[in-house]
Design a binder for this molecule. Structure first.
Ligand SMILES: [Zn+2]
Length: 140
């Protein structure tokens, strides 16, 4: 059995699938990720991280894959503590310095994934499902 918090993650995941993905299109990787998420959700200690990872994978399926392997500004692979809201790519401390007010601080959180989901929904003419928006209200 799941508790209310983990059930809310499941509801948000299913609502995002229904809202953001076209019907009858195969998403084999996301299917596997969703099964993994459902198996992990009863374990409360990892539920938030598993859900966040699931959303990151969903963003990738939607063509907005995060690239956290190197800095989008200079290519460095160290001190990657920020993420660009425009490109979803990592940014190192030096390159982020002039943009601290506009750039997201790592780690990737529910708040950050919500901002990317909102951006994608806006381009699709949709809105982020209430179940997903409520996760942020409960968590923050
Ligand atoms: Zn850099």
């Amino acid at each position: 059995m799941m508790n209310a918090q983990t059930l809310s993650y499941m509801n948000a995941a299913f609502d995002l699938i229904c809202t953001m993905l076209p019907e009858r299109e195969p998403y084999i990787n996301l299917y596997d990720d969703t099964i993994k998420l459902l198996n992990a959700l009863p374990h409360i200690a990892v539920a938030t991280d598993e859900y966040t990872n699931w959303v990151i994978n969903l963003l990738g399926e939607l063509g907005y894959a995060m690239d956290l392997s190197h800095c989008s500004g200079c290519g460095k692979t160290t001190n990657l503590n920020y993420i660009s809201p425009k490109t979803a790519r990592a940014v190192c401390d030096s390159c982020a310095a002039p943009y601290l007010a506009q750039i997201y601080k790592m780690p990737v959180t529910l708040n950050i994934t919500l901002k990317f989901l909102e951006k994608i929904c806006t381009t699709q003419g949709a809105t982020v499902p209430n179940s997903r928006q409520l996760l942020n209200i409960k968590k923050n």
